[in-house]
Design a protein around this ligand. Structure first.
Ligand code: AKB
Length: 338
């Protein structure tokens, strides 16, 4: 008999590491994690880890013969800045990787006669506001506003949201028998900030980088202007949202893709919060035109009413609490203990 597991791809990324810890604390199914990298030593006892590539079809076929996926958290992706340096690779990983997993989850749903839950993190990168005047006017955007991404990553995420909806509603629609569809659910995340890991390859990275640099007494040159504003979220809220959406009763969900947000901050406001905790922090602003354009095209805020209404989304951390109770104490401890 195949073993029932929760599959997490991209498990060594920031969200993956935090998610493994949360899932391991609950009495959820066993975890099967997949990533190009090995799991950090402190997580290794929490899951069966496969070091491999989601683009490796033979590997996926082998996994299906051994395991039954109940839920898939498909986190593997190249983020927005890295994707601009390697757009075709980003397309392969972000789109072809997702397509392969959707197919696999669709087949598993049919085979077991029960929908596999496929949880997909999307991003504010799917938005593309044309200029700062429009960004100021349409400060808070709804899911269907300004879906005109300016990065390969944003295009990939927007398309994969659509692919997920297709696989959960229309896949094999002309085939004779009506198949059991997979159950696709997606969240559009703002910039995420973790106390325990640092991001790589994103454009919202200046937020966490400022904080982690200050905690290590390193000077930091922020690559966007002081007035740049996008929404952010503390990592525990991001993980809580993924788990809450995964557990929500299907009949309560009116959308496949949900905005969620916690707080919007300008880069200067992040600097001020960091400086309150680390008064000796040396933070300068040296805007890089190209990355600035990406941040300027992302919304300042998100409307997340549907997530509140359908599955009870409520962030635990506003800006003050995120910094004072989660980020600063844990980051201080982390670098003091190094
Ligand atoms: C990035 O900057 O690419 C990510 C994101 C907002 O999706 N952090």
């Amino acid at each position: 008999m195949r073993k029932k597991v929760i599959l997490i791809t991209g498990a060594v990324g920031e969200i993956g590491q935090a998610l493994i810890q949360s899932l391991a604390e609950s009495d959820a199914n066993d975890l099967l994690t997949l990533d190009l990298q090995p799991l950090p030593a402190d997580l290794q006892h929490l899951s069966t880890h496969i070091q491999g590539d989601i683009l490796d079809k033979n590997l996926l076929t082998r996994l299906v013969t051994e395991y039954e996926f109940d839920t898939v958290f498909h986190l593997a992706a190249l983020l927005s800045a890295r994707g601009e340096f390697a757009p075709e690779l980003a397309h392969r990983v972000n789109v072809e990787g997702t397509l392969g997993l959707l197919q696999l989850a669709a087949e598993q749903s049919q085979r077991r006669g029960d929908p596999v839950r496929f949880i997909f993190p999307s991003s504010i990168a799917v938005y593309g506001l044309p200029d700062l005047e429009t960004k100021a006017r349409d400060y808070f955007v709804r899911e269907w506003d300004w879906n005109h991404p300016t990065t390969m990553y944003g295009c990939n995420k927007l398309y994969c949201e659509q692919l997920g909806a297709y696989y959960s509603r229309h896949y094999q629609q002309l085939a004779a028998a009506s198949p059991v569809m997979l159950d696709f659910r997606s969240i559009r995340f703002p910039g995420l900030i973790s106390a325990f890991t640092t991001p790589t390859g994103g454009t919202s990275d200046y937020g966490p980088e400022m904080l982690h640099a200050a905690a290590q007494d390193n000077p930091y040159a922020c690559f966007v202007r002081e007035d740049s504003v996008i929404p952010f979220m503390a990592m525990p809220d991001a993980v809580m949202a993924l788990l809450k959406l995964a557990q929500a009763p299907r009949e309560r969900l009116t959308r496949t893709v949900y905005n969620i947000t916690s707080f919007s901050l300008t880069a200067a406001e992040i600097r001020d919060l960091v400086a309150q905790a680390f008064p000796n922090a040396i933070i300068s602003f040296e805007a890089d035109g190209k990355r600035q354009r990406i941040i300027d095209s992302w919304p300042a805020g998100l409307i997340d009413k549907a997530a509140h209404r359908d599955w009870g989304w409520e962030p635990a951390y506003g800006a003050e609490r995120a910094f004072n109770e989660y980020l600063i104490p844990n980051i201080m401890k982390r670098y003091r203990d190094v």
